[in-house]
Design a protein around this ligand. Structure first.
Ligand SMILES: [Zn+2]
Length: 300
């Protein structure tokens, strides 16, 4: 079983076709997870922004199983309902789970369930942001990071939060996966761990309530094999260690480098899932590959 991830933060006017997809076809990839920010927010001023999405989405044709995660740049262009139609995922909620192959469960999280971007903005999200960011973040041109230090830097409009219902759903999904003997992969636009992003901008790309999300991942018997995200353009990797029921456990977090930052267009990773575990190929997509997930001969 080959599972593929694409981090496709793409500014189309600068780039041509996504040559990465040719690699995926050559590898026999069956499932694609697009980690969000499919097109740049600058397209919002364009009349044909749906056409801009379509031009990139054409690259995903021919793959049997494609998953699109909503990023902030997507929301600068279209509403969630419009995105569901464009992505042809109208039967899916912004968060859901799927079975990429036997023994594995993929969990797609919506890190903009609470957002202040566009028509999907909610009063609850606005209150959450305003409570922790004293700046007039609604006003164009205002530096909404003024005065924010350390972990408070996450309280900016381009981040969002996972709501209570989704957290409850996540807890239940993990319990189901454990009962079914499935390992879990989590896919989400915003990195969930402050160390899984570039050091210069640490804490600036995090869900407002990242503690609550990590807490759910830390308090389950399910085996979470890895978390994959986008959002932070330079990307980063960390192995998050914690103790659960007296046992030392760990979850690797990977934020893939954005296509706009990549030196080559093959800005993606291929996950090979098997009974033996997870193996990540195309290591150049990640800033650093953790030893446990380096390709080895028995995963070919
Ligand atoms: Zn983003």
């Amino acid at each position: 079983m080959i599972k593929d991830l694409a981090r496709l933060t793409l500014w189309q006017r600068k780039r041509g076709r996504l040559r990465a997809t040719a690699d995926w076809h050559a590898q026999g990839v069956q499932t694609v997870v697009q980690l969000g920010d499919l097109i740049d927010g600058k397209n919002a001023a364009s009349k044909d922004k749906k056409a801009a999405f379509q031009r990139v989405l054409e690259e995903f044709e021919g793959f049997p199983d494609v998953h699109h995660i909503i990023g902030n740049h997507d929301l600068y262009n279209l509403t969630k309902a419009e995105l569901a139609a464009v992505f042809a995922t109208t039967k899916r909620d912004p968060y859901y789970s799927f079975e990429p192959c036997s023994g594995w469960r993929g969990i797609i999280l919506d890190s903009y369930e609470l957002t202040v971007i566009g028509p999907d903005a909610t009063k609850e999200a606005e209150a959450m942001l305003s409570a922790s960011n004293p700046n007039d973040w609604r006003k164009p041109g205002v530096d909404f990071q003024t005065g924010l230090e350390g972990a408070m830097k996450r309280f900016v409009p381009y981040n969002g939060a996972v709501g209570d219902a989704q957290l409850k759903w996540l807890r239940a999904q993990l319990a189901e996966a454990h009962d079914a003997g499935q390992r879990v992969l989590v896919f989400v636009h915003i990195p969930l761990h402050p160390l899984a992003q570039q050091a210069a901008y640490r804490y600036t790309c995090l869900p407002w309530n990242y503690h609550a999300i990590l807490s759910v991942l830390e308090s389950t018997d399910a085996e979470v094999a890895a978390v994959f995200s986008g959002h932070d353009h330079s990307g980063g990797t960390t192995d998050h260690h914690f103790v659960w029921r007296g046992q030392e456990r760990h979850i690797p977090h990977y934020s893939l480098r954005a296509a706009v930052e990549a030196e080559e267009p093959t800005c993606h990773a291929t996950l090979v899932l098997s009974d033996a575990g997870l193996c990540i190929e195309n290591a150049h997509a990640c800033v650093r590959l953790l030893d446990a997930h380096k390709p080895s001969s028995h995963h070919s």
